[in-house]
Design a protein around this ligand. Structure first.
Ligand code: ATP
Ligand code: MG
Length: 137
Protein backbone atom coordinates (compact mmCIF):
# COMPACT_ATOMS: atom_id res chain seq x y z
CA UNK A 1 0.00 0.00 0.00
CA UNK A 2 1.15 3.54 -0.78
CA UNK A 3 2.98 5.42 1.97
CA UNK A 4 4.13 9.01 2.45
CA UNK A 5 6.33 10.91 4.85
CA UNK A 6 4.66 13.76 6.75
CA UNK A 7 6.39 15.96 9.33
CA UNK A 8 5.03 18.64 11.62
CA UNK A 9 7.82 21.22 11.68
CA UNK A 10 9.05 22.93 14.87
CA UNK A 11 6.57 25.81 14.48
CA UNK A 12 3.60 23.44 14.30
CA UNK A 13 4.78 21.44 17.33
CA UNK A 14 5.55 24.58 19.34
CA UNK A 15 2.13 26.05 18.55
CA UNK A 16 0.33 22.95 19.80
CA UNK A 17 -1.04 21.89 16.42
CA UNK A 18 -0.15 18.18 16.55
CA UNK A 19 -3.61 16.87 17.38
CA UNK A 20 -5.32 19.23 14.92
CA UNK A 21 -3.09 18.08 12.05
CA UNK A 22 -3.03 14.38 12.94
CA UNK A 23 -6.82 14.37 13.23
CA UNK A 24 -7.24 15.70 9.68
CA UNK A 25 -5.27 12.73 8.31
CA UNK A 26 -7.08 10.30 10.61
CA UNK A 27 -10.55 11.59 9.77
CA UNK A 28 -9.81 11.33 6.07
CA UNK A 29 -9.20 7.62 6.65
CA UNK A 30 -5.44 7.35 6.23
CA UNK A 31 -3.55 4.97 8.50
CA UNK A 32 -0.70 6.04 10.77
CA UNK A 33 2.09 3.46 10.47
CA UNK A 34 5.01 5.32 12.06
CA UNK A 35 5.42 8.28 14.43
CA UNK A 36 8.19 9.79 16.56
CA UNK A 37 9.31 13.16 17.85
CA UNK A 38 12.92 14.19 17.26
CA UNK A 39 15.11 17.28 17.01
CA UNK A 40 16.83 16.68 13.67
CA UNK A 41 20.52 17.72 13.58
CA UNK A 42 21.41 20.37 10.99
CA UNK A 43 23.18 17.90 8.66
CA UNK A 44 20.10 15.68 8.80
CA UNK A 45 17.87 18.63 7.83
CA UNK A 46 20.26 19.36 4.94
CA UNK A 47 19.91 15.78 3.75
CA UNK A 48 16.12 15.97 4.01
CA UNK A 49 15.97 19.16 1.91
CA UNK A 50 18.98 18.33 -0.37
CA UNK A 51 16.92 19.11 -3.52
CA UNK A 52 16.75 22.75 -2.41
CA UNK A 53 20.48 23.21 -1.67
CA UNK A 54 20.91 25.91 -4.34
CA UNK A 55 17.97 28.03 -3.15
CA UNK A 56 18.72 31.23 -1.20
CA UNK A 57 16.52 30.14 1.72
CA UNK A 58 18.20 26.69 2.08
CA UNK A 59 20.38 27.56 5.06
CA UNK A 60 17.59 29.31 6.97
CA UNK A 61 15.22 26.46 6.18
CA UNK A 62 17.64 23.82 7.53
CA UNK A 63 18.42 25.89 10.61
CA UNK A 64 14.71 26.18 11.26
CA UNK A 65 13.95 22.47 10.80
CA UNK A 66 16.67 21.62 13.29
CA UNK A 67 15.66 24.31 15.78
CA UNK A 68 13.27 22.16 17.83
CA UNK A 69 11.16 19.04 18.01
CA UNK A 70 9.70 17.74 14.73
CA UNK A 71 6.89 15.16 14.67
CA UNK A 72 7.90 12.67 11.96
CA UNK A 73 5.19 10.37 10.62
CA UNK A 74 4.48 7.82 7.94
CA UNK A 75 0.90 7.64 6.66
CA UNK A 76 -0.52 4.90 4.49
CA UNK A 77 -3.49 4.70 2.14
CA UNK A 78 -4.65 4.80 -1.44
CA UNK A 79 -3.42 8.02 -3.05
CA UNK A 80 -1.93 9.24 0.24
CA UNK A 81 1.07 10.96 -1.37
CA UNK A 82 -0.98 13.20 -3.66
CA UNK A 83 -3.98 13.60 -1.36
CA UNK A 84 -1.73 14.31 1.62
CA UNK A 85 -0.31 17.25 -0.34
CA UNK A 86 -3.90 18.38 -0.97
CA UNK A 87 -4.71 18.31 2.73
CA UNK A 88 -1.51 20.29 3.37
CA UNK A 89 -2.13 22.98 0.73
CA UNK A 90 0.22 25.13 -1.37
CA UNK A 91 3.73 25.88 -0.08
CA UNK A 92 2.95 29.55 0.64
CA UNK A 93 0.01 29.81 3.06
CA UNK A 94 -0.94 33.06 1.31
CA UNK A 95 -1.75 30.97 -1.78
CA UNK A 96 -3.18 27.82 -0.22
CA UNK A 97 -6.89 27.14 -0.53
CA UNK A 98 -9.03 27.72 2.57
CA UNK A 99 -9.71 24.38 4.22
CA UNK A 100 -6.14 23.20 3.80
CA UNK A 101 -3.79 22.89 6.77
CA UNK A 102 -1.44 25.67 5.70
CA UNK A 103 -4.27 28.04 4.76
CA UNK A 104 -6.16 27.47 7.98
CA UNK A 105 -3.22 27.42 10.39
CA UNK A 106 -0.25 29.34 8.92
CA UNK A 107 0.57 32.73 7.46
CA UNK A 108 4.07 32.82 5.95
CA UNK A 109 6.05 30.42 3.73
CA UNK A 110 9.00 30.15 6.12
CA UNK A 111 6.65 28.97 8.91
CA UNK A 112 4.26 26.71 7.04
CA UNK A 113 4.10 24.12 9.87
CA UNK A 114 4.07 20.88 7.88
CA UNK A 115 6.01 18.90 5.28
CA UNK A 116 4.73 16.21 2.93
CA UNK A 117 6.59 14.11 0.34
CA UNK A 118 6.00 15.43 -3.17
CA UNK A 119 6.03 12.14 -5.12
CA UNK A 120 6.59 8.37 -4.94
CA UNK A 121 10.40 8.61 -5.19
CA UNK A 122 10.77 11.30 -2.52
CA UNK A 123 8.29 9.45 -0.30
CA UNK A 124 10.45 6.33 -0.48
CA UNK A 125 13.68 8.26 0.14
CA UNK A 126 12.26 10.34 3.01
CA UNK A 127 10.69 7.36 4.80
CA UNK A 128 14.08 5.61 4.58
CA UNK A 129 15.91 8.70 5.86
CA UNK A 130 13.64 9.26 8.87
CA UNK A 131 12.59 5.73 9.89
CA UNK A 132 14.12 2.30 10.34
CA UNK A 133 11.97 -0.48 8.86
CA UNK A 134 11.26 -1.88 12.35
CA UNK A 135 9.80 1.48 13.44
CA UNK A 136 6.92 1.05 10.99
CA UNK A 137 3.93 -1.19 11.68
P1 ATP B 1 7.75 20.88 2.08
O1 ATP B 1 8.86 20.21 1.28
O2 ATP B 1 8.22 21.47 3.35
O3 ATP B 1 6.56 19.97 2.23
P2 ATP B 1 6.80 22.15 -0.29
O4 ATP B 1 7.08 20.82 -0.95
O5 ATP B 1 5.40 22.68 -0.36
O6 ATP B 1 7.19 22.11 1.22
P3 ATP B 1 9.33 23.08 -1.27
O7 ATP B 1 9.52 23.80 -2.55
O8 ATP B 1 9.77 21.68 -1.15
O9 ATP B 1 7.78 23.24 -0.86
O10 ATP B 1 10.03 23.96 -0.15
C1 ATP B 1 10.41 23.40 1.10
C2 ATP B 1 10.19 24.40 2.18
O11 ATP B 1 11.06 25.50 1.97
C3 ATP B 1 8.79 25.02 2.22
O12 ATP B 1 7.87 24.24 2.95
C4 ATP B 1 9.05 26.33 2.92
O13 ATP B 1 9.06 26.17 4.34
C5 ATP B 1 10.44 26.68 2.47
N1 ATP B 1 10.37 27.65 1.37
C6 ATP B 1 9.97 27.42 0.12
N2 ATP B 1 10.01 28.55 -0.62
C7 ATP B 1 10.47 29.52 0.22
C8 ATP B 1 10.75 30.90 0.08
N3 ATP B 1 10.57 31.53 -1.06
N4 ATP B 1 11.21 31.56 1.18
C9 ATP B 1 11.41 30.92 2.35
N5 ATP B 1 11.16 29.63 2.55
C10 ATP B 1 10.70 28.92 1.50
MG1 MG C 1 8.91 19.83 -0.77
Amino acid sequence: MERTFIAIKPDGVQRGLISEIVSRFERKGFKLVGIKIIVPPKDFAQRHYHDLKDRPFFNGLCNFLSSGPVLAMVWEGEGVIRYGRKLIGATDPQNSEPGTIRADLAVVVGRNIIHGSDGPETAKDEIKLWFKPEELV
